[in-house]
Design a protein around this ligand. Structure first.
Ligand code: KE4
Length: 430
């Protein structure tokens, strides 16, 4: 690896004029130590930093780059669409095409509205649920992250967890008092809360596959019980599929687990790398949105043609090549290599994967919830992260994140990655 002198200088300059030197906290490497590198360009599964180092990328801009970076179909769509106007603030046919694709691929979504980030999607879905039910309380799960929504930055995951601020400053007590944060996979606590205050709960929001405290999975029966309780008490079930939507299956986690939520939040992949989010669900709920209904929600750039064209190009390509099959093959190859490694290591480690999403925990498994994940040895994880980085493999810079494979990753990439991980794991344990 070349010394990262240019990145160091860039970071020093960035810190002078950008808080923490980053436009999103998790990029600051606080979860792993050291300083972030600055990227020069990205193509396929690889990125090059401004010091000329080439890396195999498993962050994939935190999920959107499911085809790999700068896929030709997306770049062409952006180029051709931009030539006809970047944003109009006027309805355009691409919005209908995107809405049609989303409502066809995810049948629980009868109507959908575009926004500009995952945060906007979950925030809007929450407001809509409160407006529809006339109730105020919301249930979330510890470690789940739904963007930086005031009501949901309570025991949150991702960067909030990495930086030890699961409950952010600046949020009025009145907001967080209306949010109940429960342990994931605990059906008894769920039943008790609903028995006690089910009539006051507007919605339960969750990542059906939590991926912001590392990656773990709903245990058999948990999602079914959650669906039953919401229906019984008139609370809305909101699936935050910003990360899992169109990644774990064409119809997302709700297709994988056969659960029908009332509302779904989407983001990341549907923008092809451009800023896009969406929320949708039952028509009788969505029709409560302005201008037809009393729940206000709006956005200057919502449904802009550039983001619609990029997202449509990416999603159509994913379907054309049946990308989910290939992503599963790549994920299985990586998992086989990791299972062999962990058997040799015989240490407290757990590799957890679904499709193209994976996480190596530095604690014994299975990891079923935030409490399990927090037992991870974060110092060891940091040494492992930097060991991989120095061997040309860029993983998410936090134990409390998830790695992503893309259609651009090759078997050769995976072989190099498995070797880098094995060497780094060996060097990371003290
Ligand atoms: P954005 O507002 O960042 O587009 O989406 C928020 C969000 C909502 N829901 C889920 C399940 C999410 O994973 C996210 C954002 N994910 C993080 C990565 N774990 C974004 C990375 C960052 O914050 O820089």
């Amino acid at each position: 690896m070349n010394p990262r002198t240019a990145s160091a200088a860039a970071f020093a300059e960035a810190k002078r004029i950008i808080p923490g030197g980053v436009n999103s906290p998790v990029r600051a490497f606080r979860g792993v130590g050291g300083e972030p590198f600055f990227v020069n360009r990205a193509e396929g599964a690889h990125i090059w930093d401004i010091d000329g180092n080439e890396l195999i990328d498993y962050v994939g801009t935190w999920g959107p780059a499911i085809l790999g970076h700068a896929p030709e179909v997306v770049v062409t769509a952006i180029r051709e669409t931009a030539a006809r106007g970047v944003s109009f603030g006027i309805p355009n046919p691409l919005e209908i095409e995107m809405a049609r694709l989303i409502t066809q691929w995810i049948p629980s979504i009868q109507k959908v509205r575009m926004v500009n980030s995952g945060t906007e999607a979950t925030m809007s879905a929450l407001r809509l649920a409160r407006g529809f039910t006339g109730r105020n309380k919301v249930v979330k799960f510890e470690g789940c992250y739904h963007g930086h929504v005031d009501s949901l930055l309570v025991r949150a995951g991702s960067g909030a967890l990495t930086h030890g601020e699961p409950d952010s400053a600046g949020i009025p007590r009145a907001f967080s008092d209306l949010t109940l944060s429960l342990p994931f996979n605990d059906t008894q606590i769920l039943r008790d809360v609903f028995a006690r205050e089910g009539g006051e709960i507007a919605a339960v929001i969750l990542e059906p596959i939590p991926a912001n405290a590392g990656l773990y999975f709903p245990q058999p029966g948990f999602l079914e019980e959650l669906r039953r309780l919401c229906t019984e008490h008139g609370a809305l079930l909101i699936f935050d599929e910003v990360m899992t939507g169109f990644r774990v299956a064409r119809g997302g986690a709700q297709e994988l687990y056969g659960i029908t939520p009332d509302l779904t939040a989407l983001g990341k992949i549907i923008g092809g790398g451009l800023p896009v989010g969406a929320f949708g669900g039952r028509a009788d709920i969505m029709d409560r949105l302005s201008p037809d209904g009393p729940v206000y929600q709006a956005g200057t750039l919502s449904g802009n043609p550039l983001a619609m064209a990029a997202g449509l190009a990416q999603l159509k390509e994913l379907e054309r090549v049946n990308g989910w099959k290939r992503l599963e093959e790549l994920g299985a190859t990586l998992e086989t290599a990791m299972s062999d490694l962990l058997r040799q290591q015989n240490r407290g480690m757990a590799f957890q994967r679904v499709g193209s999403m994976f996480c190596l925990f530095f604690t014994g498994g299975p990891v079923l919830n935030l409490a399990d994940a927090q037992r991870s040895d974060r110092e060891a994880f940091g040494r492992y992260f930097h060991g991989c980085l120095e061997r040309g493999v860029y993983l998410a810079p936090s134990q409390f994140e998830t790695g992503f494979l893309s259609l651009a990753h090759s078997e050769a990439d995976l072989e190099k990655t498995a070797r880098a991980i094995a060497e780094s794991v060996n060097a990371s344990w003290r």
